[in-house]
Design a protein around this ligand. Structure first.
Ligand code: FES
Length: 161
């Protein structure tokens, strides 16, 4: 998002809050909900608005795992690290996904196409090991299947364009 858009969005958003420091987290949550992450410029503006040091806003943003300081990829690939998936080769599946995407867990590709996350359990343990791409659950994964589902995800994008 370009800076002018961020500024306009923030003016609108901040006008619905008073300058009480207790509004910091709700404001950050709303910014993230709209952008998918907390742009640096937005954090600076929130600090000015609430009359807080920028370091305080940054501190809160980095303390809570819910806040992201960099944009996520268009597709979110989640690999389960739960026990059932672990005992059925979840680590090998994670390594395979990392190899194909060229990133490590909790990173985003430089083209902002994919973010790779890990999660404790999807609640689909009977299908372990599990990988979820956006909202689609892929169960009983093998390295060969990883290659296939990532290729399908990529081809799905190409088919749409
Ligand atoms: S442990 Fe992976 S889905 Fe439950």
């Amino acid at each position: 998002m370009v800076k002018a858009e961020i500024r306009q969005q923030l003016d609108e958003l901040l006008s619905s809050y008073n300058r009480d420091g207790s509004n910091l987290i709700p404001i950050l949550q709303e910014i993230q909900e709209r952008n998918g992450y907390l742009p640096e410029e937005a954090m600076r503006k929130v600090a000015q608005f609430l009359k807080l040091p920028e370091s305080a806003v940054y501190g809160v943003s980095t303390f809570y795992a819910q806040f992201k300081l960099v944009p996520s990829g268009r597709k979110i690939v989640r690999v389960c690290r739960g026990t059932a998936c672990y005992v059925r080769g979840g680590v090998r599946i994670l390594r395979e996904v990392e190899k194909h995407l060229g990133i490590r867990a909790e990173e985003t590709t430089t083209d902002l196409e994919y973010t790779l996350e890990t999660i404790a359990c999807f609640g689909s343990c009977a299908l372990a090991p599990v990988v979820v791409i956006d909202k689609t659950v892929h169960g009983r994964m093998t390295p060969a299947k990883v290659k296939q589902i990532l290729a399908d995800a990529r081809n799905g994008d190409e088919a749409k364009s």
